[in-house]
Structures are given as C-alpha cells and as structure tokens.
Design a protein. Sequence first.
Length: 511
Amino acid sequence: MSGGGLLVAGTTSDAGKSVVTAGICRWLARQGVKVAPFKAQNMSLNSFVTREGAEIGRAQAMQAQACRVEPTALMNPVLLKPGGERSSQVVLLGKPVGELSARGYHGGRQQQLLGTVLDCLAQLRDTYDAVICEGAGSPAEINLRRTDIVNMGIARNAGLPVLVVGDIDRGGVFASFFGTVALLSPEDQALVAGFLVNKFRGDVTLLEPGLDMLHGLTGRHTYGVLPFRHGLGIDEEDGLAVSLRGAVRESAVAPPVGEDVLRVAVCAVPLMSNFTDVDALAAEPGVVVRFVDRPEELADADLVVLPGTRGTVRALQWLRERGLADALKRRAAEGRPVLGICGGYQILGEHIEDEVESRAGHVDGLGLLPVRVRFAREKTLTRPAGEALGEPVEGYEIHHGVADVRGGVAFIFDDSGHSLDGCRVGQTWGTHWHGSLESDGFRRAFLREVAAAAGRRFVPAPDTSFAALREEQLDRLGDLIEQHADTDALWRLIESGAPQGLPFIPPGAPA
C-alpha cells in the first residue's frame, strides 16, 4: 500500500512553501512517521550533491534533513539551473542532460518528463509512510497549466490533496487564496483542501472573522496561522538572503569572543550559485557578512569571498566592468585575504578555456592563482572529504571546470598528505568544494588565519556547531507546525486525501 501524501502549494513564489514543507516534515519525523520530501521540478542555482553523486536542489536536501533521512535524486527529479534570462541547464535525476530555452522546455519537454516525475513520487510513496511535496510558484499559473508537472498536474495525476500557503505579510492574502482556487478547473479545485496563513503578525483573533468569511466563500478550512518568525529561510532556492545570519543575529547569541569583529564581503556576482556557503561564516559570533557589488565596499572587509556562479565568464566580465577585479588584485598584492569558491576559484586563476558554459573559448582570469581551468562536458558531482589547516573538512563539488594547478600551495589534502583540491598563494585561497566552511574545526582555523592576516583581534567561538544550529532551525519549523497548525486535520489530509464534496468556485480555469 502506498504511503500518504500532501502537496504544499503557494499563492506566489516565496510564500513559504519550502519552509512549511520542511516544518511539516520535521513535525512528522518527531511523531515517528517515516516521511520524505519531494519537489518534481525545482528552478534554483542553489544545489546539493547526494551520496550517490546526484545533483538536487538544496531546499530538498534541507527538507530531507528535516525528515532525518538521506537525500536522493528521487526527491527532486528535475532541477533547472538558469544560465541567463531565457535558458536553463536541465538536470534530470541528478545529471545534466542539456540546455533548453524556456519556450523549448514549456513547449514540450516538460510534459515528456511527467512519467519520470510520477514514477519517482510512486517509488517514494512505496517506501515511506508519507511524502510531503512542494509546489512551485502558484498553482494558478493558467498559462502553464497544460504542461504543469509540479503543481496541479502532479496533484491530479497522483491524487494528492493540496494545501495553499499564503504570505499575509505581503498583504492581500484573502484575495490571493480565493483567486487561486477560482482560477482552477473543477477537477483541480476538488483537490484544494484548504489554506495555511504564513508570517502573521499580531492578534490572531482579529484575523478569525476573515478566515470565517473565506470558509463561507470557498467551503475550505484554514489549517493554521503561522506567526512571523525571523531567520527561517534556510537553504533558499534563490535570492541574496544569508539564511543563518538572520537567525543568529535576531536570537540570543553570545558576543564575540575576541575584541574585534571580522567583516566578510561577498561579491554578488551574476548567476550566483550556492551562496549558502557563507551561512556558516555568518553563524559565527562576531562575524559580519554582507553582499557587495562596488569596489569601495571591499575597503574595510577583512575577507572577500568570490562565490560560485552558473556563469563564470559572465561573472568575470561583471567584476571587471564594476572595478571589483582591480580591487581584488590590489587586495591580493597587499596580502589581504580573498577566498574563491568553485566559479570564484576559477575566476582567480590565470585563464579559462570554456567551450561548454559560455562557449567564449580562451578568457584571461584575474591571475591571482597559478591555475588554468578547462571546462569539461561532464560535470563533476562528488562528496569529498579531506584535511585542511590541520582539521578534517568535508564538502561537495558541482562544476564543469577542471583545474590545472601549476604552483602555489594545495588547500585541501588527503590522509596521506597528497593534494585533493584547491590552491593558495599568500592570503589568496581557492577551492572547488562547496560546504567546506560547515566543518567547524576547519572554519575556526581558517578564520584564525584571516584574523591574523587582517590584524584583527578576532577569536572564533570554540563551541559553534553549524550542524546543531541547522537542527535548531529545523526544530523551530517543526514547532511552528505543531503549535500553530491543526495537525490532526493535516494528518487526515495526508492519510485520506482531500475532503469529498468541496464546492466549485467560479469562474474556474479559462477555456
């Protein structure tokens, strides 16, 4: 017998689908339910590598952690990684299968993937007691309904009840709830069980008359009102939020251990990917992380981070156009710390040969590291482990670029002292490993090096555990669901599906 299921949809993008899904997953896991997350199609530049070497969205990896299970490609069978305004790399079951324009994808390719998506969901439901699915954007995107495989398309094919989340902090949530249902076909409306209000501030009794009227208008209940909480957007799909920074700064955190703070500037390059790499820095007491896009903003930074990017050559050009490239060269000449991660590492090298990503051919890098990069057709997808600065370090690699290191000092080593990855010259560092700063001992050792080079009397806290902070975040999400949602009614939805006899709300989907 297949396990139960639920689709968490939203009135808009960023309504809170990812965190609500994670919260439901953590609540269920704490009840002893064997639960898994699922998102049929994800568009994001923040991705993760599973143990079997598959690339999936980081939001689904975070949701798997909320479930206390290992993430797999089944949980996010289709990942779209934008490479520009109109095209994306399509990652299918964890492996890249090509580039497609938006028109090409929605014009036929997407619908062809429905069978694969439904098969992955069926496998999960055969394995788990419950599968909590996340939608994308809004289920009422009527221009895309015919080829939809992530919202009502999968809900109808898999018989999933749908919970619609609305962000009341934006305003207009009642109109959004009503309009979402009223723009769906009768068959789709029959699966929309009700609503969940997200990010409410104030006295919930003042909201209740509106919820009663919404029920009268739609025949559907509101399954909870979640209060506004700062810093819950962990492992977001896109944007410039530093997830744990928000949480740490707005909760009770110990003051800096040393006399100084450490200032970190992250260059907000185009098509920035896996900006979550700096979350672990932001989690440290006394470390101030900000995103920058002007050279003068590097002046007081103790560390500058060049993050990953889906467009390495484009990011390099952007750095030059804005004067940031020259500012980085001056920093390196002065012995001031710079860290390049993945695409940022490639930019710091001597030159790039790219016939894959940008097809720009030979492009000169910044020349700050003796590294030459060639883009390979096959993408490197691994979960390596090693040692750096005398501390164990783990990470994950997602890149087409292959680095030929021709000097400097290796950054990361294996147990035998052989080079595994990266390059260092003075205080300029580069690595292909995402997530390395989540290794607590290595992060502290690296920050001590940075502080010494910057002349700061900063001391890393001896007991900051990034993994523990992440677990605390997930438990906070679980608490929100447990304390502010009708969990008995939610479980009935998951186990038994949408209530029978839900009324049709005109006009329905346009013909």
